[in-house]
Design a binder for this molecule. Structure first.
Ligand code: SF4
Length: 577
């Protein structure tokens, strides 16, 4: 059974198919799709505008999206390609041959500079490869004839522990659950004190229990596979090499909360993994581990479908993700109510990320004690870390909670480290005096991203790029975030451009507070973190970049009135400021 059979019509998939075939979404297509799905035309139009991977104007025959991430992006290479192909960012060349756009992190941080071309990651870019790409595009060479190695995504596991080395996925976790009963399986997860691996650390057993007890027409399990935090790529690895463990964790959760349907929300940047995941689903159906009467047990029915996102970072927020699954723009919901009682289609829903669901399956198969043997009192088990940036060995590391940052930096071969961004731009920026702190829920909590910056890096430029990231990814729903992130970006642009003053620092500081305290969801609440931490831990870097202590206007007010003076025919002294 394929996706189209299990989940035949989803707005994002229809739009994606249309975008691929016609290179843009026309008015006629919007009308046709709206009628086909019986959705309001305005809803379809809004969705097209909301997601970065859809376009209302034709994209090029070769459609490239360059990562702007600090780890898997390189603005100079993007500019080199633009120059070679005589095209500007965001524009489609007049002959329709090529479009090049910047995009947020594409999850290839362990592969160096990377881009997406027609949904396929093309990795390990350098100046020479850029020249070859330009040549292939100019000669209209089909992608199938480009070197296959350019599209090869591998992962390096530099440290394995219970999850990466486990045998979960063969059905044994489900068999163990059937033998002990769903209630006892839930108790094991409670006893192991499994906490959500996304960073917030909500207790998984509690979430499942709330959902199990909630009343509704149906219950749902959602896997959040939308890791969009720059610097994160561990889910890519798990989905590639441990997909069966995830699918088993979802089925197990389904049995515990009495759900018959699971959904994987896969980030658009990982669309290339869809055939592999569908193949795993098909194999499990064939083996009686998915579908009706799983393991031959009457009433144990559970099906999983995959919905692929379309380039919206905010959809990693669970309520925005649910909105997206419901074929809407990914605007975060007002909470409460929480998804455990009012989630997908208003029904009780568990949303867990990939790592959490795999850990749940591990616990049921191997017992709570095996999990408790690792970690600390507040943080049991292990944590997968995606390590990238200035180090000798970028890749995946699985450590028991409680490991210090210094130990991790030593293991990955980082030298002369100036700072580490833990948990992506929405996490914390730490200086060397914090490297003895530990990865744990009660110390440095993280979804798993560690971006390392050595002393050769211009840290202000890194913070500036994070400010751009949030301004770009704000969903625009609430004013403090929509406007505030742009003002933060402009403030950093001004300082990095050498025009900042003490006045700008004060303005930036108050904007940090406003955006953090007044935004509606986690994106806005954390958008100012890099600037906040940068000012706190690296004040000298900011101060050295200030031009003077006086106020310098953001723009030339008198100059901006020149057009008005021209129209009115005035150029006297009073017409000037
Ligand atoms: Fe959208 Fe930002 Fe408001 Fe969150 S805080 S709802 S991302 S505008």
């Amino acid at each position: 059974m394929t996706w189209s059979q299990t989940y035949p019509e989803h707005l994002l998939h229809l739009l994606h198919a249309h975008q691929q075939e016609h290179r843009y979404i026309s008015d006629a297509a919007i009308l046709e799709i709206a009628e086909r799905l019986q959705l309001p035309r305005a809803q379809v139009e809004a969705v097209v505008e909301f997601y970065a991977f859809f376009s209302r104007t034709p994209r090029g025959k070769f459609d490239l999206r360059f990562s702007t991430c600090s780890s898997c992006g390189d603005a100079r290479l993007m500019q080199q390609l633009c120059d070679l192909l005589h095209v500007s960012w965001h524009e489609t060349r007049a002959d329709g041959r090529v479009s090049i756009s910047p995009t947020s992190c594409i999850g290839m941080c362990d592969h160096g500079a990377s881009l997406l071309i027609h949904d396929r990651p093309l990795v390990a870019l350098d100046a020479q490869r850029i020249e070859q790409i330009a040549s292939f595009i100019e000669t209209d060479t089909p992608l199938e004839q480009w070197p296959k190695t350019w599209f090869t995504v591998t992962s390096q596991n530099y440290r394995q522990d219970i999850l990466l080395s486990s045998d979960v996925g063969s059905g044994d976790a489900l068999r163990a659950m059937e033998a002990m009963g769903a209630e006892v399986a839930l108790s094991a997860i409670r006893e192991a004190d499994l906490r959500g691996r996304g960073g917030a650390g909500f207790r998984t057993a509690m979430k499942w229990q709330f959902c199990r007890e909630a009343t509704g027409d149906a219950h749902y399990v959602i896997c959040n596979a939308d890791e969009g935090e720059p610097g994160t790529f561990k889910d890519r690895q798990l989905l590639t090499e441990h997909a069966d463990a995830l699918l088993e964790g979802m089925a197990l959760c389904g049995r515990v909360i009495a759900a018959k349907q699971g959904l994987i929300y896969l980030r658009g940047e990982y669309r290339y993994l869809l055939p592999h995941l569908e193949a795993r689903l098909a194999a499990r159906r064939q083996s009686g581990l998915l579908g009706e009467a799983i393991l031959g047990v009457d009433g144990f029915d559970f099906e999983i479908s995959i919905v692929v996102g379309a380039g919206a970072y905010i959809c990693g927020e669970e309520s925005a993700l649910i909105e997206s699954l419901e074929q809407k723009c990914g605007h975060p919901r007002i909470r409460p109510p929480f998804p455990v009682t009012h989630g997908y289609l208003g029904q009780p829903t568990v949303v867990n990320n990939v790592e959490t669901l795999i850990a749940a399956a591990y616990i049921v198969q191997h017992g709570a004690q095996s999990f408790l043997d690792r970690g600390t009192a507040s943080s049991s088990g292990t944590k997968l870390l995606s390590i990238s940036g200035d180090c000798a060995r970028s890749g995946i590391y699985e450590y028991p909670f409680g490991v210090t940052l210094a130990e991790v930096l030593e293991a990955c071969g980082a030298r002369d480290v100036q700072a580490v961004q833990v948990g992506g731009p929405s996490g914390v920026l730490l200086a060397a005096d914090a490297f003895q702190r530990t990865i744990a829920f009660d110390d440095v909590a993280t979804g798993g991203s560690l971006m390392i910056f050595d002393t050769s890096r211009d840290l202000l430029q890194v913070i500036q790029s994070f400010a751009h990231f949030f301004a770009h990814e704000s969903c625009g729903f609430c004013t403090p975030c929509r406007v505030g992130t742009v003002l933060l970006q402009k403030g950093m642009d001004k300082i990095c451009g050498g025009h900042g003053t003490a006045h700008d620092m004060a303005e930036l500081s108050s904007m940090v507070t406003l955006v953090s305290e007044r935004s509606h969801c986690g994106l806005g609440m954390t958008a100012a973190n890099p600037i906040r931490d940068g000012m706190a831990h690296f004040p000298l870097l900011f101060n050295q970049r200030l031009s003077h202590q006086e106020m310098e206007p953001d723009f030339d007010l008198d100059g901006s009135l020149a057009e008005a003076r021209k129209i009115t025919g005035r150029d006297d002294a009073e017409a000037h400021l």
